[in-house]
Ligand binder design. Structure first.
Ligand code: F6P
Length: 372
């Protein structure tokens, strides 16, 4: 440990943003690895709500994590600490006397709470929003390690985030199931999946689940081309089609469908319904819509996600014990590495158009909406 860093006795862990399968595995790995080093571990309730609104919690907003509290949670979806994608302490929304929304920086309250509870370091598990908060706390003198999380796999500087494999495994199973009913009825099934502004989930489940069409935000689509693909399949003797649509997919020259929200990210979704209606009209084929939505965020993490999450949690604690500060754990196969938090931007990691995954989809005859 560098001589300018005091010994750690107590750490805190927070899970923020939308949940992802594997969060509990991170909590388990952090807790056990820290206890092995003789440290105490506090879990903060619901992102930073436990600190900003302690009166709402019978336990004061912190839960003491012990071997007992984290026993048997590796395989559980969700997070035992709770999470939120509201109440960002860096941009906390309040309504002023004129009825306008203003944003406050409440991170000083977190710094004060850490002093009050003798917390020596924080492990912050979350997406780009949570990592920006972690960086702000680091700049205010808190020792912080970030752990990236999202089912969308759209975070920069890490090859993969846990939660993604579970999401695509479940979506793939859904596509398998939809094949049989689509074939029996000779229908078009349109399946809308999450993913925010990147098409990783749609592309990966679409290829693994043998979709006929995959529409992703990185490739604006022409609905006429999609309809042509379906009609050609019909003419070739395949009377059904499976169309996977990412929530931010949009037509050439058109907009993403999004609902603005106050003090939090806009809500995406609805493009599946538009695509389904248009395809029914253009092809004359009976079409049904399935929106997988939050089903992709639930359930037990796959073995792959459990392993990534456990490796990230243990690596975060190792980083602290080796004197690191202000870094994010990242997967750079076959290794875990550390990236300075200040290098993490809110830039979305998009699917590269020249990636072998895109080429694979095209080689398999999957229509990506720009050519049949
Ligand atoms: O980032 C994860 C994610 O599940 C996105 O794919 C989706 O757009 C968003 O969260 C939905 O968030 P919520 O419904 O929890 O506000």
């Amino acid at each position: 440990m560098p001589s300018n860093l005091s010994a750690i006795k107590k750490i805190a862990i927070s899970t923020g943003g939308g949940d992802a399968p594997g969060l509990n595995a991170v909590i388990k790995a952090v807790t056990v690895s820290a206890i092995q080093r003789g440290w105490d571990v506090l879990g903060i309730r619901d992102g930073y709500n436990g600190i900003m609104f302690p009166e709402m919690y019978p336990d004061g907003g912190f839960i003491r994590l012990t071997r007992e509290t984290v026993r048997g949670i590796t395989h559980l979806g969700g997070t035992i600490l709770g999470t939120t994608n509201r109440n960002d302490p860096l941009h906390f929304p309040i309504t002023n006397q004129q009825g306008e929304v203003e944003f406050l920086d409440r991170t000083d309250e977190i710094v004060r709470a850490f002093k009050l509870h003798s917390v020596d370091a924080l492990i912050s598990v979350g997406g780009d929003g949570s990592l920006a908060i972690a960086n702000a706390l680091h700049k205010k003198g808190i020792r912080v390690i970030g752990v990236p999380k999202t089912i969308d796999n759209d975070l920069d500087k890490t090859v993969i985030t846990f939660g993604f494999d579970t999401a695509i495994s479940f979506a793939t199973e859904c596509l398998d199931r939809l094949h049989t009913t689509a074939a029996s009825h000779g229908r078009v099934m349109v399946v809308e999946v999450m993913g925010r502004y990147a098409g990783w989930i749609a592309l990966h489940c679409g290829i693994a689940g043998s979709a006929d069409v995959v529409l992703i935000p990185e490739i604006p689509f022409d609905i006429q081309i999609v309809a042509k693909k379906i009609i050609e399949r019909d003419e070739g003797g395949h009377n059904f089609s499976i169309v996977v649509v990412s929530e931010a997919a949009h037509p050439i020259g058109g907009n993403i469908i999004a609902k603005p929200q106050t003090g939090r990210q806009e809500l995406l979704g609805g493009i599946g319904s538009v695509v389904a209606n248009e395809l029914e009209q253009l092809t004359g084929k009976e079409t049904r819509l399935v929106v997988l939505g939050h089903l992709l965020r639930g359930g037990s993490p796959t073995a792959f996600d459990r392993l990534v999450a456990l490796r990230f949690g243990a690596a975060a604690v190792r980083a602290l014990s080796e004197g690191m500060d202000g870094v994010m754990v990242a997967l750079d196969p076959p290794n875990v590495r550390y990236v300075p938090l200040e290098k993490i931007t809110s830039r979305t990691k998009k699917v590269p158009l020249d990636s072998d995954t895109i080429l694979t989809a095209r080689d398999l005859g999957i229509c990506l909406g720009d050519q049949t």
